[in-house]
Design a protein around this ligand. Structure first.
Ligand code: DON
Length: 310
């Protein structure tokens, strides 16, 4: 351990990590199965840390909006639990899948109940519930992200949503397949449209680190009101730790030691319960869809600060 866990400011460690990442040649490749994401420069890098009181530290491209993609699945899960309670868990499991995030194979063996809320099938179930509960899943999500980040300008990138929709056959297959088991309530085309818009929300590392704060505050929102019970906040963090990086969740827990969630836009959010939240962005991905520089930066953060859950 090279820094005290009581270090008053995270800025020096962020600068050190950014300098190390700058000297790392291997950055992975941007997601190309969504053409609108393929043009991102894999050498972009930003990182932000938000303390419980909303103080934010950042480095590199930490104020640059990027495509949040599957990071949004953490917030829809929390909002669906807050609105509808734990009956959600009758429709989606909480076990690591050990399979890629868009895999179809497990669904048939397991009767249309997805393994967890972070693989695409599980996220579709969560968004379906949130849409039924609120009448407007994407609007509810945007309102939440804007309030928690303090950034009223957060919005959907409609070009990315259209690109996802045009190349969304696999998600459509997942949606229709689950509907055949009675595990989807809304018409599948409506659900897919909402899901593609959800994934296409753009936000910066600063926005997303702040928006994740309720998970470090044991369920308490930025304005002091409670979103989740203590148990629910613990449970969402636990599912992030075990399932948040898909078939690389074991390796992520081993290297980083924090609940984390990745997205194919190159973002990763992570939680140090009771202490702070992080968001890192770099668009180059490994073969499992996780940001190469993002995982490396988080590993360096927990190593340099000693801040992990273990
Ligand atoms: O549905 C998809 O495939 C994308 N909109 C989101 C996938 C994603 O971010 C997986 N994360 N690593």
């Amino acid at each position: 351990m090279e820094l005290s866990t009581s270090s008053p400011a995270f800025q020096p460690v962020l600068h050190r990590i950014a300098a190390e990442i700058e000297n790392t040649p291997e950055r992975g490749r941007p997601a190309d199965y969504i053409p609108a994401l393929a043009a991102c420069d894999p050498r972009r890098f930003g990182m932000a840390v938000a303390e419980l009181d909303g103080t934010v530290y950042g480095v590199g491209d930490w104020r640059q909006p990027f495509s949040a993609q599957s990071l949004t699945k953490v917030f829809t899960l929390a909002l669906a639990l807050a609105n509808g309670g734990d009956t959600l868990w009758e429709h989606v499991g909480r076990e690591p899948s050990g399979n890629p995030f868009n895999s179809l194979v497990q669904l048939e063996y397991e009767n249309g109940i997805p393994r967890n809320p972070f693989i695409n099938a599980g996220a579709l179930v969560v968004t379906d519930h949130l849409h039924t509960q609120t009448g407007d899943a994407v609007g509810t999500l945007l309102d939440f992200l804007r309030a928690e980040s303090g950034n009223a300008h957060l919005a959907v990138n409609k070009d990315v949503a259209a690109s996802e929709s045009a190349h969304g056959d696999r998600n459509a297959a997942l949606g229709h397949f689950m509907a055949s088991y009675g595990n989807i309530g809304n018409p599948v085309p409506v659900l897919l449209d909402r899901y593609f818009h959800q994934c296409s929300i753009e936000a910066s590392c600063a926005d997303l680190a702040l928006a994740t704060g309720f998970l470090a505050r044991h369920g308490i929102r930025a304005d002091g009101t409670r979103l989740l019970t203590l148990s629910q906040a613990k449970q969402v963090n636990a599912v992030m730790l075990t399932c948040g990086t898909y078939d690389a969740a074991g390796e992520f827990a081993y290297r980083v030691g924090l609940p984390g969630k990745s997205g194919v836009g190159g973002g990763i959010i992570a939680v140090v319960p009771g202490r702070c939240t992080l968001c890192v962005w770099s668009p180059g991905l490994d073969e499992r869809g996780n940001s190469v520089a993002g995982v490396a930066a988080l590993e360096r953060f927990t190593t340099l600060t000693g801040l992990s859950v273990f």
